[in-house]
Design a protein around this ligand. Structure first.
Ligand code: SF4
Length: 373
């Protein structure tokens, strides 16, 4: 990850959405289920939503300290434009308090602790186009907390035929859900465990709002989404818990939502647990497949379970190594051997940009230093 320097910078406070004034001068933020009541001059739990003179402002707007191009498989998304690069950005702060956070250097930072460029939404789209990325990911820290910026980037991206992706913990209120997800094309949702005890002690949040988000995504949107479950030795890796998690997905979301079991490494405040042994991921995957889920992957380890297998005939239809796609054999989204339709968003179909629009995007992108491809 690196900082991107803009040649000329402007600073501005951006008024937030999803808040109401309180009688005592505090503001009530209802963007996420924490429902922070924020005093004048103070910030909410996530650090980047502040009360300034009785109004709520988002410090995350247009100030991403983290910009990078990643393989889409790293998000992880295995059924969304496979083999492409995604222009990825993050800001500061988080609305969860995970002791094992693997991105804690930005998720636990306040905006003034990170050097960030000032990049308006249209310029993020221009940079994605400039670097040949068919999609943009809101990632590295929790994008829900900078939802205003997410929405404006999504609007600009749709006009240009660029797709958008939320990489999220799913901790959002009913009031804000459609405001954000009606603009988004895909998501990877962290389902961090399947017990309230884990969510309460390890993430300082609750499980049910995340399950609600998953059901809203399934039943109320066209967003393509996949689920990640990071397995931490002794905390959330019991076969009984994996069985319950898999059964819940099958019952509420169906068999076709891809599930990624990923390996933990000691980080941030959780350094007394070992790395997740590969056998734990293999066992979890077997349990989920036995439960009836069709697409179950392993991540953060070298494994044959990063390939996509056809549920119809069992053959590999997308062959991967780590985050690389080695071979995509799908024919119009179907297995080339038995014709089974594999769900996903396999191509980015949109009209080519007019030369004048392309020129304008290239001009906007030229204001910024080069990123390493
Ligand atoms: S988004 Fe931030 S300020 Fe708003 S309720 Fe959640 S943690 Fe609190």
């Amino acid at each position: 990850m690196r900082e991107l320097k803009i040649l000329s910078e402007t600073e501005s406070l951006h008024e937030g959405r999803w808040w109401e004034p309180m009688l005592d001068g505090r503001v009530h933020c209802y963007l996420c289920p924490r429902h922070c009541h924020i005093g004048d001059g103070q910030a909410g739990f996530c650090f980047i939503r502040v009360n300034h003179g009785g109004k709520l402002y988002s410090l995350g707007y247009a100030s991403p300290p983290a910009l990078q191009m990643d393989p889409i498989e790293k998000k992880p998304l295995h059924h969304f434009l496979p083999g492409t690069r995604v222009f990825s950005l993050g800001t500061a702060g988080c609305n969860m308090g995970c002791s094992f956070c693997q991105n804690w250097n930005i998720s636990k930072s306040k905006t003034d602790q990170l050097h960030s460029a000032n990049i308006p939404p249209e310029d993020i789209v221009a940079l994605a186009i400039h670097y040949g990325c068919p999609s943009i990911a809101f990632t590295y820290n929790e994008p829900t907390i900078w939802g205003e910026y997410v929405i404006d980037i999504c609007r600009a991206a749709r006009e240009a035929g660029v797709r958008t992706v939320m990489v999220t913990n799913g901790y959002i209120t009913r009031e804000a859900f459609h405001d954000i997800y009606d603009h988004v094309d895909a998501a990877n949702v962290d389902l961090k465990a399947f017990t309230e005890g884990f969510y309460g002690r390890i993430t300082l949040t609750h499980l049910q709002p995340v399950l609600d988000t998953l059901t809203w995504l399934k039943h109320e949107t066209n967003v393509w989404f996949e689920i990640t479950n990071l397995l931490i030795p002794t905390l959330n890796d019991r076969p009984y818990e994996i069985r319950r998690l898999s059964a819940w997905i099958l019952e509420h979301l169906g068999p076709d939502v891809p599930l990624h079991f990923t390996a933990f490494h000691p980080d941030f405040k959780l350094r007394d647990k070992p790395r997740t042994p590969p056998e734990t991921l293999h066992t979890a995957r077997t349990i989920a497949l036995d439960a009836g889920l069709h697409y179950v992957y392993e991540g953060n380890i070298h494994s044959g379970a990063t390939h996509t297998f056809c549920p119809g005939c069992g053959k590999i239809v997308i062959r991967r190594s780590w985050h690389d796609v080695l071979e995509n054999m799908l024919l119009a989204g179907a297995c080339p051997y038995c014709g089974y339709a594999i769900p996903g968003r396999w191509t980015n179909v949109h009209a080519p940009l007019k030369p004048s629009a392309l020129q304008a995007y290239e001009k906007a992108a030229s204001k910024y230093d080069a990123l390493n491809p």
